[in-house]
Structure formats: structure tokens, C-alpha cells
Design a protein around this ligand. Structure first.
Ligand SMILES: Cc1ncc(COP(=O)(O)O)c(C=O)c1O
Length: 320
């Protein structure tokens, strides 16, 4: 990873080397924090960097903080300004990933969420593809998805990612590229760091929000593209494991993952074993929209260097 020049830390922009936390920091020891992942896309033709769906991400970190009784002292609008300034100060002219992080910063021993102070930081690093987007192999994990009544998946909680990491590494050891989580009741939930969609009989199907998923911003985006551009509706419902084996198409989606088509699941080809036509069309539209090249979805992106447009990525997007 290329390290950034500046990060936002303790209320100001400081050189990367100066942003340090103690080994005793509460959040480091107990995983008590929440975060976001936001992408910025470089448009070489326009010499512009577009940040995707900024406001929905900052609304979601506020929701995560609320679930964790944590105080995020910056409003959504202030956070968007910090993100823009951060990218500008680092003079990024390539695709980037922006990571806002709120964590319990006190140097205190004792697991709890009350009586500990929070710290907020934001950094950005250059980032290309997080996972292959030309067709991956997925496997159902032996690890179950964290339950809303145990570790709420709806909040993007730092400590919860041990669940994702266990599934991802198991998938890797089993020769897969990505894991598919089932819930404790055996229904499909999501990937290790991505939501998922099936195509069945020309319709999209995705697990509903009650299935211990992160309420993904890209998930909402996909549903909007499908409906408005392709006239395809999405059914949000329970998905059985064996439905994965008979789906016509399948893909993961997320800010990091973008759209990653699945061409085999548990050693069975998905559909023809090639990227399907619906997935292909959605990818094509998504890839244009994120770089500010789709007129209908222009308000999803915020330009950093020539801010004549003030779109902050829309407000809807956290809930479907
Ligand atoms: C567990 C999990 N599910 C889903 C997603 C996709 O969410 P989004 O599209 O908001 O990035 C992510 C990515 O951050 C994730 O970590």
C-alpha cells in the first residue's frame, strides 16, 4: 500500500507519520469502533476525481455510531468537506479509497461502550480492484454470519470483521476467491465484505435486510440501475443455499468489491459458467456512473477538484 501524505487525525490534517495511536487504545484492544469505505474514481478525460455516494456513507457511519452509543462530533456535511479536503491535500489523481474511522481512543482497560471517549480519523489511499471483476469462484462458508442480536451486521463495526476474516481465509484455504455466509437459520446472508445478488428468470433476487446483511449502498445502487435503466425489479427475500446452485447469474457488490461476477459456487458453474447478460449490463452502467459518465446518475458523484456541482451522492442509499 502506498502511504498517504496527510491524514485527518484529532481534528486536523497532519502528516501520515504523526497519526499514531497508543497500544493501550481501547478500540484497538476490544474492536469497539465503526468505519466506512468510500471510493473515489479518477476520470482522466476530465482530470477530475469523483467521490461516490459520499452522503449515504456518512449517514451510515452516524447510524453505526448510534448503535454503538458512540458520539461522532462531525455532521454529514462536515464529513463530506473533510473528505474532499483530504483528497485535495494528497493531490490524488488516481482511484482512491477513503476510510473514515470512529473508535474508542481512551487508554483504559475494561470492555464497555459507556464512559470511554471516541476519536475520529479519516485517511485515503490509492486503490484499484479489491477483488477480481472478471469472474470468481465462491464457496459457502462453514462460518455463520453474525446475528443482529449478537454483533449487529447492520452497523459497520470494526470488531465484527473477525467474522468476515475467518470466512475469507477459510475460502482462500479451500481454493475459492470469496465466501458466502449463511445465517444461523441456514439462509443466505452476504459475502465477507459484500452483498450479493442472484438472477433468476430475468429478475434480481437479494437477501432482505432482516438477513444480517450490511445494508449496502452499492446494493441500493444496483437495484436503482436495474429498475431505472433495465426495467428489472429486485425481489428482497430469503434465499436457500440450493437456490445458489440453480441461479442463472450471481454477483457480489460493494464499495470495495464494486461488481464481482461469480462464475462458480461450491464447485458448480453458475448458469453457463460465464458472466451473464444481466450482470454484464449492470456492470457497464455502474462503471460509467462511478466516474461521472452517466447523465442520469450524475448526482451520485462529487467532484473534488472542480466543485462547480455540489452533489453529495444523494441522501437515499442506506435503506432500500
Ligand atoms: C460485510 C459487508 N457487506 C456489504 C458491504 C457492501 O456495502 P457497501 O455497498 O455500502 O460498500 C460491505 C462493504 O463495505 C461489507 O463490509
Amino acid at each position: 500500500m502506498t502511504t498517504p501524505r496527510y491524514v485527518f487525525f484529532k481534528g486536523e490534517f497532519v502528516p501520515y507519520e504523526e497519526a499514531k495511536v497508543s497500544v493501550v487504545a481501547h478500540g484497538l484492544n476490544y474492536g469497539t469502533g465503526c468505519f466506512e469505505g468510500i471510493r473515489g474514481y479518477w476520470n482522466a478525460e476530465e482530470e477530475e476525481l469523483y467521490i461516490l455516494k459520499m452522503a449515504p456513507h456518512f449517514e451510515r457511519i452516524h447510524q453505526s455510531a448510534r448503535i454503538l452509543y458512540m458520539d461522532l462530533q462531525y455532521s454529514v456535511e462536515e464529513l463530506t468537506k473533510i473528505a474532499i479536503e483530504l483528497v485535495k491535500r494528497n493531490e490524488f489523481k488516481e482511484d482512491v479509497y477513503i476510510r473514515p474511522l470512529l473508535f474508542t481512543g481512551d487508554e483504559k482497560i475494561g470492555v464497555r461502550l459507556h464512559g470511554v471517549s471516541t476519536e475520529f480519523t479519516m485517511f485515503a489511499v490509492p486503490m484499484g480492484n479489491y477483488i477480481d471483476t472478471t469472474g470468481i469462484k465462491a464457496g459457502v462458508s462453514s462460518w455463520r454470519r453474525v446475528d443482529d442480536n449478537a454483533v449487529p451486521a447492520r452497523a459497520k463495526i470494526t470488531g465484527a470483521y473477525i467474522n468476515s476474516a475467518l470466512a475469507k481465509t477459510e475460502a482462500y484455504h479451500n481454493g475459492y476467491d470469496e465466501a458466502i455466509f449463511l445465517n444461523a437459520d441456514g439462509h443466505v446472508s452476504e459475502g465477507s465484505a459484500a452483498n450479493m445478488f442472484l438472477v433468476r428468470n430475468g429478475q434480481l433476487v437479494t437477501p432482505g435486510v432482516q438477513h444480517n446483511i450490511l445494508e449496502g449502498i452499492t446494493r441500493h445502487t444496483i437495484m436503482q440501475i436495474a429498475k431505472e435503466e433495465l426495467g428489472i425489479n429486485t425481489e428482497e427475500r430469503s434465499i436457500d443455499r440450493t437456490e445458489l446452485y440453480i441461479a442463472d447469474e450471481m454477483f457480489f457488490c460493494g464499495t470495495g468489491v464494486q461488481i464481482s461476477p461469480v462464475i462458480s459456487v461450491d464447485m458448480r458453474p453458475v448458469g453457463t459458467g460465464q458472466i451473464g447478460p444481466v450482470t454484464k449490463q449492470i456492470m457497464e452502467i455502474y462503471n460509467r456512473a462511478v466516474r461521472g459518465q452517466h447523465p442520469r446518475f450524475q448526482d451520485w458523484v462529487t467532484p473534488v477538484y472542480k466543485p462547480q456541482n455540489v452533489a453529495l451522492g444523494g441522501t437515499a442509499g442506506v435503506t432500500a
